[in-house]
Design a protein around this ligand. Structure first.
Ligand SMILES: [Fe+2]
Ligand SMILES: [Fe+2]
Length: 276
């Protein structure tokens, strides 16, 4: 007779995501705030705070899982290092990528330094509610799915419109209330070399997109960009380069959905909230 399913621990939930992403390192932007075991039912959302933890308690889940890191994850800037190998793989010289990433890390360290380092986790402990966030491995799964969609459906001679259509082969994009936006360039531009720059903490802003453009990439796909960074790039690259913004929450879901489906196939109930 099969043994009854005892559920997973928070560590096993994290390890599964790391493995599915093809990674080996514990992600710098992910954390187990309150460990738990025998997890058979989870509340899973992109953003989780104190109210959501309380909802988890009310509906009787064994663990609350967030995608975005809590402000207490002081090691977050280190995950930005993952921009370096992604940029180098796509033709950016390592010293240039490193300089841009170091500046991003410094700015980010200031933000983390001012944040409350124990708000939501303190309430999770009070509620005795296992609580964790899984960020980078799930973004990496999303990056792989998006890049694969582009590589499968586009070739030499494809246009920006073809790239957008390729992304729309992923069902998440057709179902989302946001659209995929071409923020720089236009639909009938040649797409040229196209890179999904995602899965390294956050988007690379104007500084990293500029490096990709200067080193042979014609189309950069970010999942989001601030208006200020967009304006900087638009002024510099009025013609010939393209920036596609796929949409934040929907692109996060592209990476999270395969993981949730895996949990469900193992017999774990997942209550989806906050963009999922
Ligand atoms: Fe994400
Ligand atoms: Fe996100």
């Amino acid at each position: 007779m099969d043994k009854p399913f005892r559920g997973l621990t928070t560590e096993e939930l994290m390890d599964l995501a790391i493995k599915m992403a093809g990674q080996t390192q514990f992600p710098a932007d992910s954390r187990i705030y309150v460990p738990g075991k025998n997890i058979k039912k989870t509340l899973f959302g992109i953003d989780i705070g104190v109210a959501e933890l309380h909802v988890g308690k009310q509906i009787g889940v064994d663990c609350v899982v967030a995608h975005h890191p809590d402000p207490s994850v002081l090691t977050f800037p280190d995950v930005l290092d993952l921009h370096v190998p992604l940029a180098v793989k796509n033709g950016v010289p390592e010293n240039e990528a490193r300089a841009a990433v170091d500046a991003m890390k410094e700015r980010n360290a200031f933000v983390r330094h001012s944040a409350n380092y124990d708000h939501a986790p303190s309430f999770a402990r009070l509620l005795n509610m296992p609580f964790m966030n899984i960020h980078n491995p799930l973004d990496e799964i999303g990056r792989q799915r998006m890049q694969q969609a582009v590589d499968t459906h586009c070739s030499h001679g494809s246009t920006v419109a073809d790239v957008v259509d390729a992304l729309y082969t992923l069902p998440e994009f057709t179902q989302a209330p946001t659209s995929i936006e071409v923020r720089i360039g236009k639909l009938d531009n040649p797409a040229g070399k196209t890179v999904v720059v995602h899965g390294a903490g956050t988007n690379g802003g104007a500084a990293l997109a500029r490096l990709y453009y200067n080193h042979g990439v014609d189309t950069v796909i970010y999942i989001h960009i601030s208006y200020g960074e967009f304006l900087k790039l638009k002024e510099e690259f009025p013609l010939g380069k393209n920036l596609i913004i796929s949409g934040h929450i929907v692109s996060d879901a592209v990476g999270i959905n395969p993981y949730i489906e895996r949990l469900e196939s193992m017999g774990i109930e997942v209550v989806r909230v906050s963009g999922l």
